[in-house]
Design a protein around this ligand. Structure first.
Ligand SMILES: NC(=O)c1ccc[n+]([C@@H]2O[C@H](COP(=O)([O-])OP(=O)(O)OC[C@H]3O[C@@H](n4cnc5c(N)ncnc54)[C@H](O)[C@@H]3O)[C@@H](O)[C@H]2O)c1
Length: 482
């Protein structure tokens, strides 16, 4: 670590010390800290940041909204920015301003809100800077690269009294909202386990040598808060998801959508008491660092959340490959990757209810921002923080793990949770079906992480606790105090 980044890291350690001293606010407390302002009759003037993939959906979501206008585009790759600006011009007849540096966009007083679809190591900082500059912010999922910066992002919404939404769009879908309300009203009885599945085959990303970034790319700003390192196309567009410095694996990529539904279904507005992961990167040898197969168990006392990521070939589980199954004492509810449908079943497996209907998540953000009404947000940033934090905690457990000796994998604390243990048994069968030599290679047995949910701190494990934040590069540090 360079001296300057060590300095940034030290200041962040102070933040962690502060964290352990005070209780963090629950979503309802966070929302109570914001106040309603005067509605605006004007269109919301939006700057979209990060346009290679998801950012294009942001643009489409706003240009089709009569109450919004895309007035600026920003991408560290000028080719991407110009292309996106031209696409807006074609759709609206008006070319937005083009920025390469998001700091310059934040200085632009003609912009009311930013909408960011960036690699996740940038999300919290982009959101905090936006709100400090007086702008509302729509921040893609996951909202953070580590637990503590996500909390600080949530605090910024209150401190600056801004509208800040996260990009888990299923929160705006009628089918999902109605199914969750059905669960919360007790229709499936007492919920014991909430299961999230991300069965999404992922191919090897291969190996690539470091090279020189294209001339149109501001690579130093792309790195932002992450350590300085040579450019490599295999860590750049999209594949950054599979590198710890920038991504959070599929748990924090596709998985965060299902993680959010799983936690929402449980009605949990704090972190769990205990987290444990078992997983590995199986089936190929490549440059990716994150596991492509992992089972993570989250213990909330009398309730459990079990999350499964499978990146190798796999059949569905209970008819689901990407989705959720929430089990109650009287029945269960199934969510698929079609966020416009959810189904409820009784204990005998008879379908008793169908929930249907989509929603406009970008429209929800625009409406809340124009009405200056934080309470109208379907996915306030603090909810995004809590679900993102679950992904990061699972990754901390995995990263601190040791090779999983087959005989060991069902012993110890994991075995004390029957739902987690059951998923690990299926994990082993799944690996065998993919010709993984499970007698010798079961992946990594994660460390058990014990959490103080009131403080969002990790107890009794300084190494794990240090991973609640990261060393930030000078100029790109998430402020220690909001
Ligand atoms: N809600 C959803 O359904 C959904 C779907 C896909 C992706 N996402 C999320 O959207 C985000 C972006 O994903 P993607 O697949 O488009 O990634 P990507 O790597 O393909 O694109 C990111 C873009 O951001 C630009 N960029 C990076 N750092 C920047 C910076 N500091 N300032 C300006 N531009 C910068 C890059 O040049 C690139 O064009 C991720 O967080 C992802 O999780 C959400």
């Amino acid at each position: 670590m360079s001296p300057s980044s060590r300095r940034e890291f030290l200041s962040d350690s102070f933040f962690l010390a502060a964290l352990t001293a005070a209780a963090v606010a629950t979503p309802s407390q966070v929302m109570a800290g914001t106040s309603k302002g005067k509605p605006s009759a004007d269109k919301l003037r939006i700057g979209v940041i990060g346009l290679n993939g998801r950012g294009k959906a942001h643009v489409d979501g706003y240009v089709s909204n009569p109450n919004a206008e895309v007035v600026a585009i920003c991408d560290i790759d000028l080719r991407t920015a110009e292309k996106a600006a031209a696409a807006v011009a074609t759709k609206t007849g008006k070319k937005p301003k083009v920025y390469q540096d998001l700091r310059k966009l934040y200085e632009d007083k003609d912009i009311d809100a930013v909408s960011a679809a960036l690699p996740i190591h940038w999300h919290s900082l982009a959101g905090i800077w936006a709100m400090q500059a007086g702008k509302d912010a729509y921040i893609e999922k996951p909202v953070s690269h580590n637990v503590s910066e996500g909390r600080r992002l949530s605090e910024a919404m209150v401190r600056y009294n801004k509208i800040c939404q996260t990009g888990t769009q299923s929160r705006s879908h009628k089918a999902i909202k109605d199914a969750i309300a059905y669960i919360h009203s007790g229709k499936i009885g007492k919920v014991e386990v909430s299961r999230g599945l991300c069965y999404k085959p992922r191919k090897s990303i291969g190996m690539m040598a470091d090279s020189v970034a294209p001339a149109e790319v501001d690579y130093d700003t792309w790195l932002g808060p992450a350590p300085k390192r040579a450019y490599n196309a295999n860590r750049y567009l999209y594949n950054w998801h599979w590198h710890w410095d920038y991504g959070a694996g599929d748990l924090g990529n596709q998985g965060i959508h299902q993680m959010d539904i799983a936690r929402w279904a449980l009605g949990k507005s704090v972190l769990p008491n205990k987290v444990h992961s078992v997983g590995g990167r199986f089936g190929y040898s490549d440059q990716g660092e994150t596991p492509n197969t992992v089972v993570t168990t989250y213990e909330y006392g009398d309730q459990t959340l079990v999350f499964e990521v499978r990146g190798l070939d796999t059949p569905e589980y209970t008819g689901v490959s990407i989705g959720n199954i929430v089990y109650g004492s009287e029945g269960y509810v199934v969510f698929s990757s079609n966020y416009a449908v959810a189904l409820a079943f009784d204990k005998a497996g008879n379908q008793v209810q169908k929930f249907s209907g989509g929603g406009d998540h970008f429209g929800n953000f625009v409406k809340a921002a124009r009405n200056r009404d934080t309470a109208a947000l379907n996915a306030p940033i603090v909810e995004g923080h809590l679900s993102s934090a679950l992904c990061h905690l699972g990754n901390i457990s995995y990263r601190l793990g040791e090779p999983a000796v087959p005989a060991k994998e069902l012993t110890g604390l994991l075995a004390s949770n029957k739902h987690g243990a059951e998923a690990v048994v299926r994990y082993r069968e799944h690996l065998k079906a993919n010709n993984v030599d499970t007698a010798n290679a079961m992946g990594r047995l994660g460390r058990v992480i014990t959490i103080d949910p009131k403080k969002e701190s990790i107890t009794g494990d300084a190494e794990a606790a240090s991973m609640l934040t990261r060393p930030y590069r000078t100029g790109f540090a998430v402020p220690s105090k909001i």
